[in-house]
Design a protein around this ligand. Structure first.
Ligand SMILES: Cc1ncc(COP(=O)(O)O)c(C=O)c1O
Length: 433
């Protein structure tokens, strides 16, 4: 397909929409400067001004199959015109509920054999926390990690620790933090010894690869020790797989790269709906204790999520993620050698990132790449995520690397100063999760 940029960014039509939305939603401060049309294919999408972009941000990991995938188009055609498409799904069911549960449980490890379907990542995390706490009558606090991100609802937000902007004036569930490195085991054991025993800890929650907090990959020893210690002291371990899960690392779940299995896990984003997954014993609760109105989003969300799992299997996309991940990472490492502003290429599969010198340069780079037709996202304070859809091929990777290389040259040669309407969007790369 190829990138095609034919207007200034944002184009005139996009600007009208963006300005109008902004007027009606004053708190909306981080849109990317285009409005997508329904056009595009694979890793490319069109905007309503006729520009075509190469998307290496994959809708913040929510678009594993790319744009207008034939398998998904077929599902949408097959759904017909039934309405309402959104049922009160904890109470009223359609076949897609069962099929989704069956497919999901097939790809989770044996002891994680029961799931509750919800609407978002944060809701999945909230329910994981609740599942853990129900059997912990002496619990006084939860444990999460420095730089973690688990969502913006208050319980999940209490466990979040990546940026202060998320947490202004919130009231927290009591939480203690562990460093995201191999010293965490010692700190956890110290907590147990000094804070009144392991039963005071409701749960430990961790991202095997921190998403919003900077695409930091856990040290394998840290993950192994964490599993060992939580098992030894009978503390429920929750893995938050909202961003890193469902194939992004080339395995179904990011924790599988570390040879561990948690007691409870969340999924969302690529799954199109949210899910809290655990052993069935954890779900033995009073009726109504764990529920919500929209169990698993709309029928469309369920059907697309379900097809996503089937398509990943049918088209061997986990293999593609692994192969393309190696090619992409190699390309990034090569480019980093040529550019002093770029460093610390990291990640697993297609969950990759690198750093640039500072936040200002990072934000400027994201716009520079956008002007050249490539969408990437920020992470942490000065990182850039490189997270194409699982269907990406070597051609798109080469096109991406060329754009990255030339944007970095530009950044290094001149002090890049963006002009025009695009300047209003300078922080668009920094506020997503
Ligand atoms: C690891 C992780 N957990 C939870 C969430 C929250 O998900 P949502 O934005 O769907 O509520 C996110 C969102 O980015 C995430 O990356």
């Amino acid at each position: 397909m190829g990138i095609k940029i034919v207007t200034n960014i944002p184009g005139k039509k996009s600007k009208v929409y963006l300005d109008k939305i902004k007027k009606l939603n004053i708190g909306w401060n981080s849109p990317y400067p285009f409005v997508q049309s329904r056009g595009g294919y694979g890793c490319y999408f069109d905007d309503i001004d006729g520009n075509r972009y190469l998307d290496f941000g994959s809708q913040i990991c929510t678009n594993p199959l790319g744009y207008n995938h034939p398998d998904i188009s077929l599902v949408l055609e097959g759904l017909g015109t039934f309405s309402p498409v959104k049922l009160a799904g904890q109470d009223f069911t359609v076949p897609e509920h069962l099929e989704m549960l069956e497919e999901l449980i097939k790809i989770t490890p044996g002891n994680l054999d029961s799931a509750m379907l919800v609407n978002s990542g944060a809701e999945a995390v909230e329910n994981c926390i609740k599942l853990a706490l129900r059997s912990r009558s002496s619990a006084k606090y939860g444990v999460s990690f420095e730089s973690a991100f688990h969502g913006r609802t208050l319980g999940a937000l209490s466990m979040t620790n990546s940026k202060s902007v998320h947490k202004k004036n919130i009231l927290e569930i009591p939480t203690k933090r562990l460093p995201f490195d191999t010293s965490s085991q010692e700190k956890l054991i110290r907590l147990i010894d000094q804070e009144g025993g392991s039963e005071k800890i409701g749960f430990v929650i961790v991202e095997a690869i921190q998403g919003e907090g900077g695409y930091r990959v856990a040290d394998p020893k840290m993950m192994k020790d964490l599993r060992k210690t939580t098992k030894q002291y009978d503390i429920p371990l929750i893995c938050d797989e909202v961003q890193a899960g469902l194939g992004r690392t080339g395995k179904w779940w990011a924790y599988e790269n570390f040879g561990i299995v948690p007691d409870i896990m969340s999924s969302a984003k690529a799954l199109q709906i949210g899910a809290a997954i655990a052993n069935k014993k954890k779900f033995e609760v009073d009726p109504g204790a764990i529920s919500s109105t929209w169990g698993g989003g709309s029928i469309i969300d369920l059907a697309i999520g379900l097809q996503t799992i089937k398509t990943i299997k049918k088209r061997k996309l986990l293999e593609n993620v692994r192969h393309m991940g190696v090619l992409l990472k190699k390309g990034l490492v090569e480019i980093a050698k040529e550019h002093r502003v770029m460093s610390n290429v990291r990640g697993i599969g297609l969950m990759l990132a690198f750093d640039v010198v500072d936040k200002k340069t990072r934000n400027s780079m994201i716009l520079e790449m956008l002007k050249r037709g490539v969408v990437v996202l920020g992470t942490g304070n000065r990182g850039i995520r490189v997270i194409p859809s699982y269907i990406v091929g070597s051609e798109e990777i080469h096109e991406f690397l060329e754009v990255l290389d030339s944007a970095l040259h530009m950044q290094e040669k001149k002090k890049v100063k963006h002009t025009g309407n695009i300047c209003k969007y300078l922080n668009c790369g920094e506020v997503h999760s």
